[in-house]
Each structure stands twice: as C-alpha cells, then as structure tokens.
Design a protein around this ligand. Sequence first.
Ligand code: ADP
Ligand code: ZN
Length: 815
Amino acid sequence: MPLRPAGVVIFAEVALPLPLPDPLTYAVPPSWVSQAVPGVRTRVTMGRRRMTGVIVEVHQRRPEGMTIRPIEEILDREPVLTADLLALARFVAGYYMAPLGEVVRSMLPSDLPPWGDRKIWLTDAGAMALPRTPEETAVVEALREGGRMSVAELQARSGLDSLNNLDDVLARLAEGGRIGSEAHRSRSARYVNAVELAPGGLATHLAVAGRSAAGRQVIEYLAAMGRPATVAEVTAAVECTSAVVRRLVGKGVLRQFTQVERLSLDRHILGLPEKDGKIVLRDDQAHALGRIVEILDRREPAAFLLQGMTGSGKTEVYLRAAQEALARGRSAILLVPEIALVPALARTAERWFGGELAILHSGLGTGERHQEWERVRRGEARVVLGPRSALFAPVADLGLVVVDEEQDSSYKQEIDPRYNARDLALVRGRDAGAVTLLVSATPSLESRFNAERGKLEVLSLTQRAGPGTLPEGILVDLKEEGVSRRPGEVHFSERLKLEIHKAIAEGDQVILLRNRRGYAPMLLCRACGEDFRCPDCGLPRTYHRRDRRLVCHYCGSMIGAPSRCPVCSEEALEAIGAGTERVEEDFKELFPGVTVDVLDRDTARRPGGLAALLERFGRGEIQVLIGTQMVSKGHHFPNVALTAVLAADAYLGFPDFRAVERTYNLLTQVAGRAGRGERPGRVVIQTYHPDHYAIQAALRQDDEGFAREEMRFRRVFHYPPYSRMVQLLVRDKSRERAQSLITGLADDLAAHPLGRGVRLSGPAPAPLERLRGQWRFQLLARSANFRDLHRLLEVVLPKNPGYDLVIDVDPQQLL
Ligand code: ADP
Ligand code: ZN
C-alpha cells in the first residue's frame, strides 16, 4: 500500500461505459486512497447518473478550471483488470478508435458483483481463537452472532467505519484461517442444480404439468435429451424462468438434485464413443507440438499458424500444447468462434483438464459465469475456453492462446468496440511472452499473407488422423439440368437424388446444406407484385409457412402471412425460392418415409433445441439433416457418408470482397463432414458456376490453388490483406441527412494532405441501405499503409460527431 504524505490530493481517471473519447477525472477521498489503484471498479456520479467505471490511472495532477467530484465508492479490493489487460484495453481503444470505457466494459463479465458482496464466515479455528485487537473482536463478534454474511453487512454490523480498515482485519483473519470467504453470490464452488424426469411415462408427465406451455416444453426438452440437465441449461433452452422448473419439481414430475460440475452431466461426445488409450502423435503432429514446446521453454512470444484439413488432428495438438503450458505453471486460453461449438469441445477439454478448466460464455447463467471468472482470477482454473470475449480472461502468466477456426468472422465483434479477437490474440500473446496459435483448415487470407511474410510460422498437418479418407467430390452443373435460374430456387438434381438414394439404402446418414431459413425468401403476389417488404429495412420478408408468418430477417419484425393479397385481394400469392423449411417439404415428397429434420436458428430455439437435435442425429434416430451453415461446423458424425450443398452460388453473389473466401470455407467445411467414419464419403456441390475457382478448389481440396487465385484478386483490386480497410457508416432516420453527412466526411478525407495514399470508395448506400428504420451510407477507406490511414482518420473524424457514425476498423461484414 503506497503511503502518501498528508495533504496530497489524489485523482483518478475513470473510464465510464459511455461513448466519451476520454476517461473523466475524479478526486479520491482519503478513506479510499489505498484502494484506488488502476483496474478497480468505482462508483461515481456523472451528470445526474450514478455509474460504475474502472480506474485506469491514478495521479496528482489537479485539472485546471473545473470542479472535480469525488469518487463515491471503490467496489473491488483487488483490480478486476490486471495491468496487462488494462494495457490491452488501451490498445483496443486506440486501434479500433473506440471509447476506452466501452472497451473496458466489454472486457469484464456484465454485472460482476462488488467485492462487498463476498460472503464471510467464522471457521472453527476462528471461533476458538482469541481476537487480538478491538477490530478483530468486533468482526468476530458480528460473525458469531450473524453467521455467514456479506462484507457489506459485516461492515455495518461490526461498526468498522471504512471498508479499508475492515479489509486489513479480514486479510489478517483469513491468513490465520480464522474466517472463510467466498467469492460473490455463488453457492458452493462446483455444485449446480440439476433436474431429471421422474419415473413414469411422458404422457403422464404432460398430464400432470397441465396447461402451462413452458412446463410442457421443459418436459419435452428433458425427454428429448434423455439425460439430466442443469436448471440453467433447461431455462436457457426453453426460455423460461426457474420458477417453471420449481413448480414441476413441486408436482413431482421432475426430480431435483445437486450435481458436481455442469459438464460432468454428459460425458459422451456426440455420436462418438469414448476412446480409451493414448493417441500416439504422428510425425507432423509431433513436430508441431515440439516447436510450440520449444518456444514455451524459452518463454518468448511467438505466433504460429497450425494448418491442416478437418480431422487432421489439430485439436489434439493444441490441447496437448495447453497441457504443456500448464505443466510449466502457465495458463492457456482456447478460443472457439461460436457458442454452439463450446459444449462439444468443453467435454473433451474437461477430460483433459478437469477442475483446471473454466468455461466463459454468455450461455451460462450470471452466477455461473461470475464463478468461472473468479476461479480464473484466483488462479484455480488456468485453462479458459470460450468465444471471443474469453480472450479477456484474467489469467496470470499466459503461456498459450489458441484461436481455433481463426478465419471465422465471428471473432469480429459487430457492435462497439468492433474488435477482432483473432488479431487481438496476437497482441495479447506477444505482450505476455506467450505462444499464439492460429488454427484452421482454410486460413484467412490475412493469416496466409502473414505466413508468407514470416510473421506467422506455419505448422502444417498433412494427413487425416484416425479413420476416414477424403470425400469424393461430385459437381452438378445446374445449367445442364435445364432448370430455371430464379434466385433462391432450390433443385434436387438427378445425380443428387441418386446419391441420396444410395446413401439411404446403405443405412448411411446425409447432411444437406441450404443457407436460408424459413419456407421461402419471398412471398409474391402474381397479380399486383406486392412482396411484403419490411417498411424499416426495405427488403422482402421471408415466408415462414409453419408459423404462418412473414419475418424480416434483418430486424426480426413480423406480420401474419395472408392467404390472399391484402392489396389487390387476388388469391395469387406465390412462395418464391426455397429455405430450409421448403427443402424439407420437397425432400419428404421425394423420399417418403425417410427420417429428416431441420437444423437452423429457428429449430435451435424450439424445445429440445440444438443439443437435443444433434444428439438424436448422432444416435442415428434421424437419417437426414437439412440445415444452414450451423450444420457445417465442428460436429463429428462418423456415419455421415454424403453431404450436399444445394445451391453453392447463393454465397458467391454477395456484395462483399470476402464472398468468395466464405464460399470456399463453407464448401470445404461441408466436405469435411462427410466420410469421417470407416467408409469414404461423398460431397455433392450443385452450382451454376462449375468452373469458378472457389468451387473447383474446394472440390479438389486444392487449398494452395484457391489461395493463389484469391490472393491475385485481392492484390489487383487492392483489397485486404494487400491493403487495410476502414468502413465508415452513417445511420440516420433521414436519407438526405445520412447522405450529406457521409459526403461531408468523404470531402474532408479527400482534401486532407494525409489522405494522399488513401483510396476512398464511395460514399454510397450500404448494401443494406435501410435497416431498422435507419438509412445507411458508407465510405470505405483503404491504404497499403495502415499507420497513414489511421492518422488521417484520427485527424479528420470528429471526436464527438453528434450523429450516428460507425467506425469499423478491419471490417468483416460489409452490410
Ligand atoms: P481437427 O481438429 O484437425 O479436425 P482432431 O484433433 O479433432 O482434428 O482429430 C480428429 C480425430 O482424430 C479425433 O477423434 C482425434 O482424437 C483423432 N486423432 C488425432 N490425432 C490422432 C493420432 N495421431 N492418431 C489417431 N487418432 C488421432
Ligand atoms: Zn426489417
């Protein structure tokens, strides 16, 4: 604790979660001085609002010419943001041109309870021992009388006036083992509430549940899962409150029990029997691991690109690398692109790391999330698994950061601060002296570029591990099928039908990809042309026939689907094109009696949800799965012998320079789903552009060929990675205003001397010109020299624009 001479006033710079360019200065009253250190949260008043911010700097420079308010309270006894994370926050704020307060907020779990909420109790030793000071006596007496209580309550009861003073007493008592303390509101550290169906048939349960729709859904969910589930899991899947579950427990339909560790509930990996016996690494895997270990031993930063096709054993390598980091007393962060992918990997990681593993993701209940975060902060869990925000886990002595599927655009946060966790992993890894491992079957062009320039060392895996060979690629030229070429149309070609029949006859499973949910992308009146556009977004709504709704997929607004045209009253409505729902209908007509289901965001929300559907598919209860790109990722289904992409062109036509790269990645991933079992698989790609290099390369597994062509395209047109890009987007209710604001910005940027090497595209309406009632205009700024571009923007862009200006550095989605 720094001792400061009396009379010196200390100031704190506080980052508040507001779109302010800079932190605000507050005075630190004497009672809080010892606790006011960078990284702790503090409560302050801003205008008339009380807010929680984070102290980012403490100093003695009195700001001139303004009244400085005092901070009101310090919420943490130890920094919630360590020095390295604060440094990272500063980097993010600078690089992505985002307010520091918003960056800091997005790095912390939301609603992290104050330290004062921590529970304290007297241990047996504490009850026996004699207090040594009056303060100790006060604390011990309060605890003897009141039992377990929060620090805040204890403060009130013991009469110790400042938390500061109480703090020291508690620290002494804790050191001597005389009190116990526990972080936050969590119950006992590793126990969770779980429920299962009581014995008796489903029909009986449903009858007892009565008319409560939520209650019935809970029962159906548990029946579909065929195993116990945590209360958190159930309420998240069914979107109900825990009161619903409690009522069912009360009625005797469910049995409640306490389970150790959420993940232990379900130890089998989807569709894959538990393997026993240690895997012996192949030479290429052993070499990759050897390089990583070598760097770990030197405690130097290094960045690797671990590349190998799906099933080549990349996961095996990085889990072992994490184990090696642990063995050296260091920590590891494992990032995956989507929450949907966490459970599968979590189960595997649990087997490897047991209690050393923490899972940080928003699918957990608040309490669970805080608890996991606390375990990380206290150093109890040193392997952290989660999506992009897990990069900010408060681990000490980071040894390894893994970014699995590094090319995935979900690493980019599409709200402020618009960071890319893949890129930040390299920054955090470098600053921590850690190994950063980017992992992919189809690396992003950025990573390939960095590899060429020696910024990433490539570790490549060249063989497929375990059983399974590369699938056979079958290309179907839809032009030759003589089908019409209306957008959104989907067609089962003769060849595809043949392949499906074959797979079904042999008892194999099939995955069909159609990246569009709902019944049809548009409902059109043939008589008058009405197409039911969303008035806020300006695009046709998608027809969901099962729910009898027309839904805008951009803003979610919906209306009931009419049976005749409300404009001209004709019965001439026609569904144009096909989404997953219609593909399922067509499929059932073509292949009667075959079990089929749909996996997309709509079905994932239904009772039972994603996990149950995947489990049923894994167990072979469903033979054919139709789905959006959700089916293409991560899952491991050894009995899938055939996968098909119904309309590959849907992805090529997007107005985004990454459209081709995404198509290639998706096709490659889909191909990777087939033939992971004993027999070779087949992948059918239906397209109008059979000669397109992305399709050809995916089909032939010619990764280098794809990279060569795509790099050429990017270079010729000055796209990333050959340039750096920043998207500027103005949103406004008025079209004229949006347009004139962006035009003003464009003129200022073009006129500035720093703008000479900067290429401006636009201003132009954004691909989604209207969204949620806002008109959107964009400007793309590109430069081969990022520093110049950044400086230009810093000089020219207004600090407090007073209108809605989005600055997206290294944008991923140009919508
Ligand atoms: P990837 O991450 O590249 O898709 P995984 O690491 O998941 O590949 O490996 C695919 C399967 O092969 C897994 O079941 C894994 O346990 C197994 N596997 C990995 N390496 C080996 C090996 N050297 N020998 C045998 N099986 C392996
Ligand atoms: Zn809309």
